[in-house]
Ligand binder design. Sequence first.
Ligand code: V47
Length: 372
Amino acid sequence: MSRNGISDIYEKVAEDERVTYEEGVRLFESNNLVALGEMASIIRRRKHGDYVYFNKNRHINPTNVCAFHCNFCSFARTSDDVPGAYTYMPDQVVERIRPTVDEGITEFHIVGGLHPQLGFDYYLDVLRALKLAYPWVHLKAFTAVEIDFFCQLTGKDDETVLRELIEAGLDSMPGGGAEIFHWEVRRKICPEKANMERWLEIHGMAHSLGLMTNATMLYGHIENVEHRVHHLCALREQQDRDLAAGKPGSFQTFIPLAFHPMENGLGRRLKRRWTSGVDDMKTMAVSRIVLDNFPHIKAYWVMLTPEMAQIGLDFGANDIDGTIVEEHIYHEAGAQTREHMRRAELMRLIRAAGRVPVERDTVYNVVRVYEV
Ligand code: V47
């Protein structure tokens, strides 16, 4: 097959060699989508064979009231008084989800607004209440941006804040809040958020304390391919550092997040331009190729659509997230997908791609391999 312009990189991938920043940029600039998929699949096959992971999880967003003003966000409300704003107290969080929680659920994915009035204790109490009511469920909660906000609220350092969260029930951290690290973009889309150094520092500290964490990249808005590769390389370097230091935790999964342009200022500015299927698959593949020290790449079905997530399995992804149940961030920004998929539906999706469904817990312990 002709691999016009990227055959040298193809050879490196086949030889299990790391690609450079410049090569990452060239991969994004290539229009040879099939070759990119092939290269990503070499790495995916080497790491995971035909296994595709999913879990039984539930998303929980305790409040959408947020002190920050990120222009890509359709979820946040500026105060409890504006239309659509909500804040559930810890016992309400527990009760609201009760009808949808069964013994098979292994993960709650908890993120939300940075509420300007509630204080750190509210967030600790949400974890405590969930752990008390559902002790078997892993709590994957709070992005590095939320941890940084808690540090500002309390005047405590990230180690102390993380230790208190762990004490209250925190088991791991999701990958949100990374957006695009490069300051040229970050200052335009989320100027109030923790910067790259701070985001990475907090994940580094979480890894030191034994937490597994994820990472994301929000693409398809005002960034260029150099910004994307800079972002991926920064994550790769942090993972190198933490693995070399022998930390008990590390990054486990990378999730590329396609910008959704409805009901937010950035989307209006970009004339509601959605990412293309080609860009989604290219970004999946280049992420898999550049992030050679990340075990897992996730095709997040609620964001990509189940059909594109399935195709993502041929562009480097080996995980499709889980049952989810309730989703606000993408649906408020225009997602037309459902909010819930049953285990059997996720398995059908994986099997139809010729792969083996593997139910996992949050930290990739195998719950069950569904061989044919
Ligand atoms: O940080 C917000 C993104 C993220 C929009 O760790 C948007 O397993 C697109 O991080 N269009 C939160 N994206 C979601 C997230 C996540 C999702 C699934 C799995 C995991 C995991 C993490 O959502 C935010 C931001 O980057 N986001 N608004 C939007 N309009």
